[in-house]
Ligand binder design. Structure first.
Ligand SMILES: [Zn+2]
Length: 99
């Protein structure tokens, strides 16, 4: 599937950060710099580094959305007893081999 050249448009009510905000949040789960790992969107099939994702912090937990279609690609929720990393069906996260 080809990568579309459009990006999600922000509306005045949107309050999100770019995927670089994920560096600290995901560093405990993913090796290296987690923002460099490529993620394939389950909705539109675009593949981008997590640094390009839209990160919504003002949700129940953290919601990470595709920069092309705004579909949810990852959710991170921390409770008093555990942290949950949820991938919607068909989301693919590419981890490079160890160097
Ligand atoms: Zn998408």
């Amino acid at each position: 599937m080809s990568t579309p050249y459009t990006y999600a448009a922000a509306t005045p009510g949107d309050h999100y950060l770019d995927g670089n905000a994920l560096a600290g949040l995901l560093s405990q789960f993913l090796p290296g710099d987690p923002t460099l790992h490529e993620c394939r969107c389950p909705a539109c099939g675009s593949t981008e580094p997590l640094a390009r994702a839209l990160v919504y912090l003002n949700c129940p937990g953290t919601v990470i959305r595709c920069c092309h279609c705004t579909a949810v690609i990852l959710q991170l929720t921390t409770t008093p007893t555990a942290t949950y990393l949820t991938f919607p069906a068909h989301t693919t996260l590419r981890l490079p081999p160890d160097r």
